[in-house]
Ligand binder design. Structure first.
Ligand SMILES: Nc1ncnc2c1ncn2[C@@H]1O[C@H](COP(=O)(O)OP(=O)(O)OP(=O)(O)O)[C@@H](O)[C@H]1O
Ligand SMILES: [Mg+2]
Length: 393
């Protein structure tokens, strides 16, 4: 137990904390405000659809939640009945019915969660909003999971919801958060065109931007002078290596502070950062595991089990697909097709959890070799089993 702490308020480093100002997201915030400026003047005359896109940790969730809170206070000043509703679609496994149910439950907490189709829940939502004379912005975070599960249809249903209201007061606007715009490429042309009009793209942060973001948090979370400037530089440099992921930077800073406290140190020293980094880089970050989809985790569990049993360092795509199939059976899930499995492997590899290399085999052309470079298979299996069991319960 440390008697002294470098932290003043470590909740300011929590992944769910939304600061009142987001450095380097001013223009994007202003753009959102502009897209929704009608909400402050004639909310019933319009409905809006906006896409927010960007890589992991570029601030999509933080930006929209900040915007939602600001819009809430602006509408309040003007006595406009408004609710900002932010839903993480992955938590509902991409099921539109469950997501819409959650939206209804915001106003009608006792609305039964079973026995209604997506269409019926949509109608209920409209009716409830009419009854309350309410306007909403529904932010569907990690919308990729809905497209993956329901395809174009989901987008149609949601846009039809707005069209059904023609001639009547408009009540529902949408913000779709999509990590990878490729996932809307698979939609057909008309679903795509309804979505593509208003896109806000968040670029990856550079080193100087990360330094500004970190400095803000340092002031809020740490005792004065507890974090030397060099340490902030070091952390931001390491985060650049992780594609400019602000979440990684903030989590690293927090862990470094924990190491400093464990040693009862006055300062967060570079050595604390190095310890923190070696504890998280060759492993699976809790935030990352939580953000993986069900099938990505099922596949990863297959990989973990394969390498636990095998003496080989590499597996073929076919072997991994087989192991994934066995896991799916165990969890009573329909396995995804080979193309999707390949996409999962690419994605997990881009996160650095797996490594996928294309090897040229003389007689058979190109093939993909998969390895697990830095995480012990036993550890990976343990973490995934726990996460999947939690889902089941
Ligand atoms: N410009 C910023 N200023 C301050 N904090 C930021 C900024 N951008 C991101 N953050 C913080 O970094 C972390 C990650 O941001 P956020 O969760 O919004 O990323 P994301 O784009 O939604 O990532 P993912 O694709 O994984 O969902 C959060 O703790 C957030 O508060
Ligand atoms: Mg997010």
């Amino acid at each position: 137990m440390a008697s002294h702490s470098v932290f003043k308020d470590e909740t300011k480093l929590d992944i769910n904390y939304i600061p009142s100002k987001l450095p380097h997201r001013d223009s994007e915030h202003r753009l959102l405000m502009e897209f929704f400026s009608f909400m402050l003047r004639y909310p019933e005359r319009m409905a809006q659809r906006v896409i927010v896109t960007g890589d992991v940790g570029t601030g999509k969730t933080a930006l929209t939640q900040r915007f939602g809170a600001d819009m809430t206070s602006e509408t309040k000043k003007r006595a406009i009945k408004f609710r900002y509703i932010h839903i993480n679609c992955r938590e509902y496994r991409g099921s539109l019915a469950l997501i819409l149910h959650h939206a209804v439950a915001v106003f009608r907490p006792t609305y039964p969660s079973r026995g209604f189709s997506g269409e019926e829940i949509l109608r209920t939502l409209l009716q409830v909003l009419d009854e309350e004379d309410m306007h909403v912005i529904l932010t569907l975070d990690e919308f990729d999971s809905v497209i993956e599960k329901e395809g174009s249809d989901a987008v149609y249903k949601l846009t039809r919801l707005q069209e059904m209201q023609q001639g009547k007061p408009q009540r529902t606007s949408f913000i779709f958060i999509i990590r990878d715009l490729k996932s809307i490429e698979q939609l057909d042309a008309s679903a795509k065109s309804t979505l593509q009009r208003n896109i806000i793209s968040l670029e990856r942060y550079g080193k100087d931007q990360l330094i500004d973001i970190l400095n803000d948090r340092v002031v809020m979370a740490f005792e004065l002078g507890a974090v030397p400037e060099d340490v902030v530089f070091l952390v931001s440099e390491l985060a650049i290596g992780e594609s400019g992921n602000a979440r990684f930077a903030i989590e690293l800073l927090w862990r470094a502070g924990k190491y400093a406290d464990a040693e009862d140190a006055e300062l967060v020293e570079p050595e604390c950062v190095r310890k923190a980094v070696s504890a998280i880089i060759p492993g699976l970050r809790r935030s990352e595991l939580a953000s993986l989809g069900l099938h990505e985790r099922l596949l990863l569990l297959g990989v973990a089990r394969y390498f636990k049993e095998s003496q080989e360092a590499y597996a073929s795509l076919g072997e991994i697909e087989k192991a994934y199939g066995v896991v799916c059976e165990e969890f009573d899930e329909q396995p995804r097709g080979s193309t999707q499995v390949y996409n999962y492997v690419q994605y997990l590899s881009s996160l650095g959890i797996l490594k996928a290399e294309v090897a040229t085999v003389a007689t058979r052309g190109r093939s993909t070799r998969i390895s697990l470079p830095a995480i012990p298979a036993v550890e990976l299996e343990k973490q995934l089993s726990a996460s999947l069991e939690k889902d089941k319960a």
